[in-house]
Design a protein around this ligand. Structure first.
Ligand code: COA
Length: 535
């Protein structure tokens, strides 16, 4: 038993200041989430209810097993990106339990611009599919969408990762036996019609759901044929004549009940393969994390104290505690699930990278999932570091991390800059999920460093051209760069662009990790072959 050191001063001015600052961050997070759950404008929501339709979140609640959690992905996507589009990007995605089985639920929000797809909507839908694919989760899509949001064409139509990828992913998942189910709740045009048409099994709601490649107006414009919504693509027509849909429901609630029955008949639920011990709360109060995280990003946090408030019973079997001390590595449990943790506690040196490589290899051999807790300004620079082979040692760490075929999770708990961010399993390395705490920040480099670097580049230009600038001109040049990098690095900028899956309260970390690990523990375990490790 290795219980971590727990004593900290909770009465110090610094702790109190940090806590106060963090509580303000949590209030801000809650306000943003509340804005995301409302949906579209009041007028659109009223219209929806007048049509006797359930709102998208009501549909999801009805679909889920009562009392079961819903782990929402990219809830704040698109925040502030488009006028009149609330956080969420006109779609809701998340994992929930339906008839005893974990499913990915994807629901259009027709109260937001008719449920049409912006670029960000496509990205969010595709991200949900990728998570579902990786975890072999059936996808249930609750459809009511006008298809492409036409003015955002460049971000929807031509490229991979946009609308076409939604179809591709559906088809490939279906081919791999990952069920694709859709409910057509309302008018669904073009892409909105193809999504259910490409599913394994589709339900449509009578007199509400409709699907067509082109709506009545478009048909008239193209062919002068006059035809109403019901005749063109209503539930009766598709269930009796075209055969595009498989089940005709009388209402939203009936459609949801049919969908729950479909899921109940998908065969055996995959079993949990990991041995899970009885979850124990940390011995130190996790709420103390608020007071531990430095309110000033330039003042480092002692992350050993943070780990003690995350792992079960505050028990942590630390690996190589005396070597490469600015990276903490070790084994612990979260809600009973064993996990290998790599957590920064300062800048990355060669020794840290070597230790990380060794530790990742251990976890791969033992089939233990990895949690990267990122709080790093980068790798050490300078002559001594280069002579010590920081480039090849950093490359070893990145190779080990990228090659590791165990489930991987990234949690940004502080700064995550440059190659430091990437080596701690940044988004490009496809962690199973990436979370940020509200104080999390990530960018190519810190705001001050970016401002200084660009000013130095301009210094050189002045030198070359024989011109000069005053110190105040130099500062005037640096200030907006600093500001831009500050804005970029913000956790909500990452959330807005779907560069992370969720911004979470530190106090939610254990529960979120438990839900994620429960999904990963039901997958077949994989062998890891490492890329060449440069010696
Ligand atoms: N592109 C951009 N905006 C669109 C849109 C589209 N394809 N379809 C709808 N919208 C916008 C509307 O302009 C409106 O915006 P506003 O809230 O700022 O006024 C909002 O979405 C809601 O549309 P509205 O028609 O008022 O709502 P509705 O619930 O009565 O009908 C649809 C929704 C989707 C059935 C209907 O708007 C429609 O048929 N749209 C055309 C769909 C289409 O042909 N898509 C082709 C894609 S390739």
């Amino acid at each position: 038993m290795a219980i971590m050191k727990l004593d900290i001063s909770t009465t110090s001015d610094e702790f109190q200041r940090n806590r106060q600052a963090y509580e303000a961050r949590i209030a801000d997070l809650q306000a943003r989430r509340a804005a995301a759950t409302i949906g579209g404008p009041e007028r659109a929501r009223r219209l929806h209810k007048e049509r006797k339709q359930l709102l998208p979140r009501e549909r999801i609640t009805a679909l889920l097993d009562p009392g079961s959690p819903f782990l929402e992905f990219c809830q704040l996507a698109g925040e502030g990106l488009h006028d009149g589009v609330p956080p969420g990007g006109s779609i809701i995605t998340g994992v929930g339990i339906v008839s005893g089985r974990a499913c990915m639920i994807i629901a259009n929000d027709a109260t937001v611009k008719g449920g049409t797809y912006y670029g960000i909507t496509c990205k969010k839908h595709v991200r949900a599919q990728r998570f579902a694919w990786q975890h072999r989760l059936p996808c249930i899509t609750l459809v009511q969408s006008g298809g492409a949001n036409l003015p955002d064409q460049p971000n929807i139509f031509p490229d991979e990762g946009q609308f076409g990828s939604i179809f591709y992913n559906q088809i490939r998942m279906s081919a791999e036996g990952i069920p694709q189910i859709a409910v057509v709740h309302g008018p669904s045009t073009a892409g909105g019609a193809y999504i259910p048409a490409l599913c394994d099994e589709t339900v449509i709601v009578r007199n509400q759901g409709a699907m067509f490649l082109g709506g009545p107006q478009l048909v008239y414009a193209a062919t002068k044929e006059e035809v109403g919504v019901e005749a063109l693509g209503g539930g009766e027509m598709h269930s009796r004549i075209s055969g595009v849909t498989d089940h005709l429901a009388e209402s939203d609630s009936h459609a949801i009940a049919i969908t729950r029955d479909i899921v109940a008949r998908l065969g055996d639920v995959p079993e949990q393969k990991w041995s899970i011990s009885s979850p124990l709360p940390p011995r130190a109060d996790p709420a103390e994390i608020y007071g531990l995280i430095s309110a000033d990003p330039k003042v480092p946090t002692n992350n050993r104290d943070v780990i003690a408030r995350i792992v079960d019973d505050s028990e942590f079997h630390e690996f190589k505690p005396l070597y490469g001390e600015t990276l903490i590595t070790g084994f612990g449990r979260i809600m009973g699930f064993e996990i290998g943790i790599l957590c920064n506690n300062g800048v990355l040196f060669s020794e840290c990278a070597l230790k990380a490589t060794h530790f990742i290899d251990l976890c791969c051999k033992r089939k233990i999932p990895l949690l990267f807790m990122a709080d790093v300004t980068g790798f050490m620079v300078g002559r001594e570091a280069e002579e010590g082979g920081i480039a090849k040692n950093g490359a070893k760490m990145i190779t080990a991390m990228a090659s590791a075929n165990v489930p991987k999770y990234t949690l940004i708990i502080g700064n995550a800059y440059g190659a430091g961010y990437l080596s701690m399993c940044g988004r490009a390395f496809r962690p199973n999920a990436m979370m940020m705490w509200p104080n999390g920040r990530s960018a190519i480099m810190g705001p001050d460093q970016a401002a200084n670097t660009l000013a130095m580049v301009k210094d050189e230009t002045h030198k070359r051209e024989g011109t000069s600038w005053t110190e105040s001109e130099r500062e005037a040049y640096r200030a907006p760069v600093r500001e831009e990098f500050e804005g970029f690095a913000n956790a909500y900028n990452f959330a807005r662009n779907t560069w992370c899956d969720m911004v979470i309260d530190p106090l939610e970390t254990r529960n979120v990790m438990a839900l994620l690990l429960d999904l990963a523990g039901r997958l077949p375990q994989k062998h890891t072959d490492f890329g060449v490790l440069r010696m």
